[in-house]
Design a protein. Structure first.
Length: 292
């Protein structure tokens, strides 16, 4: 009799762990990070393209505009890459454990931890305050431990419980896009200024008279780039930044409820929130893809 009672208790306990909803959150997290990563890569590419044009229209004897662009981009997004790597690893690990899939992310987790350590050791102005560096570090630490232990249900529960530090890590990304600090908007302004200066050159009377065909070709190329920049500027709901910010907000706001209800048998309200999150992330992904 005791045996059957123990077995029933064990079955009921297992039933409490709703791995389907856990998998949904993991998948959404990975898609969100990939969307943000794609946008950062696209904006970096835009900067380099405008630098190339700047070299051509000014007959620059060096590649300094390209070097300047690389340095500015690196200074702005270095700490974002650490955060993106951490959140993507979190989502991948959570999803793999929820679906009981074989995985080995030890090397990736170790590499991300090394990046964070180097970031913390930098001299001069810090890119992240200590509290946020600590939050990212805690997420990495839990990931490393969970992967090493390979205890499925216990690991999932620990990953769900790391919510506050996960939330703090996500807030770093949000601050990058919210226009209140040096980040995405500042990078766009650099690109926009470079583009406007080049356009003034190629539409000048001298350029149009000496090399009319080449000037017209460059004008069309720069104008197309300026349209892409405009789609990204500002925080309106229709802008790329607005869509990314909306998806990040939805993800961050979902974390407390996910931490509280993810392992309950029927978390209907959480399911509704995660469906809305999926929609937001999809809209952000479409905005990034359609911004060219």
């Amino acid at each position: 009799m005791k045996h059957w009672i123990s077995l029933l208790a064990a079955l009921l306990l297992c039933g409490c762990a709703n791995f389907e909803v856990v998998s949904e959150f993991g998948t959404g997290t990975v898609k969100l990070t990939k969307t943000v990563r794609t946008e950062l890569q696209q904006v970096s590419k835009m900067c380099l393209e405008q630098a190339e044009i700047r070299i051509v229209v000014t007959s620059s004897p060096t590649d300094q505009p390209i070097e300047d662009c690389k340095r500015k981009e690196a200074a702005l997004v270095e700490f974002q890459k650490v955060t993106l790597d951490t959140l993507e690893l979190y989502g991948t690990t959570l999803g793999a454990m929820a679906e009981d899939k074989a995985f080995d992310l030890s090397d990736s987790i170790s590499a991300t931890g090394d990046k964070l350590a180097k970031l913390k050791d930098k001299d001069g102005e810090k890119l992240l305050n200590e509290a946020k560096v600590g939050a990212v570090a805690k997420v990495i630490s839990v990931l490393a431990d969970v992967v090493a232990q390979r205890k499925r249900e216990e690991g999932i529960r620990r990953l769900v419980a790391v919510g506050p530090d996960l939330q703090a890590s996500g807030e770093v990304l949000r601050e990058f896009f919210d226009g209140k600090s040096l980040g995405y908007d500042a990078l766009l302004k650099e690109i926009s200024t470079m583009s406007a200066q080049s356009l003034n050159r190629v539409t000048s009377p001298l350029a149009r008279s000496t090399e009319p065909f080449r000037a017209k070709e460059l004008e069309r190329q720069i104008t197309r780039s300026q349209e892409a920049i405009k789609k990204r500027q500002g925080l309106a709901a229709s802008s790329v930044a607005g869509q990314l910010l909306a998806s990040l907000n939805a993800w961050i706001e979902a974390i407390p409820e996910f931490q509280r209800d993810a392992l309950k048998p029927k978390p209907q309200d959480l399911w509704k929130r995660l469906k809305n999150l999926r929609k937001r992330i999809g809209e952000a992904s479409d905005a990034v893809e359609n911004a060219f």
